[in-house]
Design a protein around this ligand. Sequence first.
Ligand code: AMP
Length: 188
Amino acid sequence: MNLVIFGPPGAGKGTQAKRLVQDRGLVQLSTGDMLRAEIAASSAIGQQVEAIIKAGDLVSDEIVCAMIAGNIDANPDASGFIFDGFPRTVEQAEALDKLLNDKSMKLDAVIRLVVDDEALLKRITVRFKEQGRKDDNPESFQVRLGTYNKQTAPLLPYYADKGLLKEVDGMCAIDEVALSVAHVLDGG
Ligand code: AMP
């Protein structure tokens, strides 16, 4: 089973992706985690993307698509993947379709976590205090939210048209959201 976990910053994508790794043995591919690892390693890519991420803008499609392709190839025995924070543009979604198609794989569902802006801001403020992620500061967060609305939200009709979009109320407690995700995946 291959899934996209979808939603604005702070919606709980990473948290729910980790639950799906635990519960279903899928492999989580988080482009945000991959990019942060590149920055921590001070690699050429890390140096190229650090300021972009800090500002809350999107890294180029080429960079993230190459990372995803490499990580799919690095996990030939995976029973499935959860794409977390990817795709974020229609171009990335088209690249993912092609990538999967070339490997005779397909997406089974896109799970959208629905959370209102006020709750997102509260969650990101807590995460900023707890984890100190530079792009969680209030200014970057507003940019990230704007980027999501402008460049990523257009993916909702893209996936709805393909019949893949499943919406889950992401406002409840983590366990309840996980139950709702399980419910939609198991055909509820
Ligand atoms: P995330 O951890 O998913 O919130 O990602 C953190 C930041 O990494 C984003 O705000 C972007 O700057 C960058 N990023 C992560 N995934 C992507 C992607 N698929 N496309 C472009 N930029 C990305």
